[in-house]
Design a protein around this ligand. Sequence first.
Ligand code: PLP
Length: 306
Amino acid sequence: MLDFSFDSPIQQIHSEITCRAGVDLYVLRLDCMHPWVNGNKWFKLKYNLLEAKQKNLTTLLTFGGAYSNHIFATAAAGNLFGFHAIGVIRGEERLPLNPTLSFAVQQGMQLIYLDRQTYRQRHTTELQADLQQRFGEVFIIPEGGSNLNGVRGCMEIVSNWTEFDIICVACGTGTTLAGIVLSLHPGQRAIGFPVLKKGEFLAEEIDSLLTNYLASDLPAPDRASASWELMCDYHAGGYAKVNDELLMFSQQFTQEHGIPLDYVYTAKMFYGVMDLLKQGFFRKGDRLLLVHTGGLQGNRGLGIGG
Ligand SMILES: *Cc1c(COP(=O)(O)O)cnc(C)c1O
């Protein structure tokens, strides 16, 4: 059996902004679970690893960009739990390897590279069959761990934290938000902060993840409907883009509260929440839980701290 008992501490934030808004603000530190196997990427992997084990498959194969948090987490979790792991990386090989990929190799991951055009076929049965033929029977996990097993794992992120009114999380594919939404208790709502431009399109993707999950034979949630919304104005220019305001906010926040943020995801969500607080978006007495989804390894790729 795989032992998955990691704890994530919860930390209260006191600041002039929360004080003025009259809210209680807490951070769920998924970044502190384990030095490498942490964040939402771990929750998205959990049931994928269990399914692989159940099927007696000892090799994981997954996809990602050269700075991917998911590649990093899969390499680490694969090593920790005794799987062989293959990372299919988008684009050409560049040497020396960047910190993300050299960590992956240190963890025993085998890397292969697909040009961008071929990489785009990663979801097709043709390409997956090619890879199965090349590597033997492997357990394929989609990019980002974004399948229904991923949703299932993310249902465990906040399920024990019933005392909060509002759960906030950064969104890339929305898989994490979907899992959180399925685990909400009566009276709770979730707010997602897309880190991509024109994040409105995610609402439809999240809806179909929710529908597909409920139609699947995976364990049903206690409650099928819950309230959630997206705040689409905090992408700071688009995926993996940063601006001076975001940089300054993030550095100041870390200094004040001792919580490091990654620039691709968590900094944008924290910035968004602080901005909404200033605008009086939340009600006095609201108890907010901000999910720190990890991803700190990615800062090294952007070359700005961390
Ligand atoms: C991947 C990632 C997200 C986004 O998760 P989705 O399930 O794709 O929405 C958020 N934060 C961090 C740190 C991530 O690595």
